[in-house]
Design a protein around this ligand. Sequence first.
Ligand code: ADP
Ligand code: MG
Length: 339
Amino acid sequence: MRISELGEFGLIRNIQSLSLRKSSSALIGIGDDAAALKVSSSKILLVTTDMLLEEIHFDFSFTDFHSLGWKSAAVNLSDIAAMGGVPRYCLTSIGIPDYISVEQIKDFYRGFHSLMSTHKTVLVGGDTCHSRSGMVISVTVLGEVNKKNLLSRAGAKPGDRVFVTGTLGDSAAGLEILKKKAKSRGGMAKGAEARTLIARHLRPVPRTAEGRAIAHSGCASAMIDISDGLSSDISHICEQSGVGAEIRSDRIPISPSLMKLSGGLTMPVLFYALSGGEDYELLLTVPPGKIKRLQSLNVPVTEIGTIKRGKVVLLVDGSNRKRRLQPGGYDHFRRTKVT
Ligand code: ADP
Ligand code: MG
């Protein structure tokens, strides 16, 4: 069977089923933003790892090394944030092709540490190899969380409200602007709005403090970071929690910059917000009785829907028309994007 028939998540399920041993101290294993490993009766070790591959995740025609280092840190810190944890240590493994210089690698690490050091996260190891086909980056972050504050993708209940931090779609729109700019050799993408969207793509800011505040308050029943896109990530929460959801398309928060530039983009704004991905915002579910507690935190959140019984995820528009919301984020093997 071809891997493209199975897709990324189908393949991961196959890998998971071949795992020979289970451990009772692995409270959360494959299937969440980070693994949660019990180290004492109250402390949990969080471990997450993510790869960034040249031409898949980044392109040197529009990514500088400093931003690439920053982003490699951000995507992993975001997974620790989604569990409500505090990042502590990290490891970096890199495959370097011939055309990359020492100075460029140093720029990568300057960008990497500029974000990691604001999180007091220390580089403690890794691996360095030569690559024959493109740069390969693999970052692992170790973090911690008190057992009582641990949040996972499972735990959403019918009636819970769905919230998202910040705004969605900027990163994907920023990528489109960068691609157009690269094609026209820097001829486009002037202006503050375009720069804002580009920055959200190249240097995303993980919601670590917000994730921690949400976890400490005890208001959320489930949480995930939006890396694949809202449509995919809400389905991850629903699958892991055994529930369905209704998401209101007219409530999805869109930034003023994206609204302003929407006329010049190839797709409607909602496409970027639902399926664009790489937002690195947090998506969480909150029981109605705890919404006030969430709103009392200093975290910018918008209510975008409700958790329902069943398994179906629906998108409801302003006229109450409902349609099925298919996971539309990037699948590494299907290589398709659907709204
Ligand atoms: P995220 O987007 O939050 O980084 P992914 O979609 O990459 O999460 O991965 C989903 C889950 O599958 C995670 O728990 C991850 O650790 C696990 N996973 C992905 N690939 C593998 C693999 N090759 N072996 C074991 N676990 C994997
Ligand atoms: Mg994640």
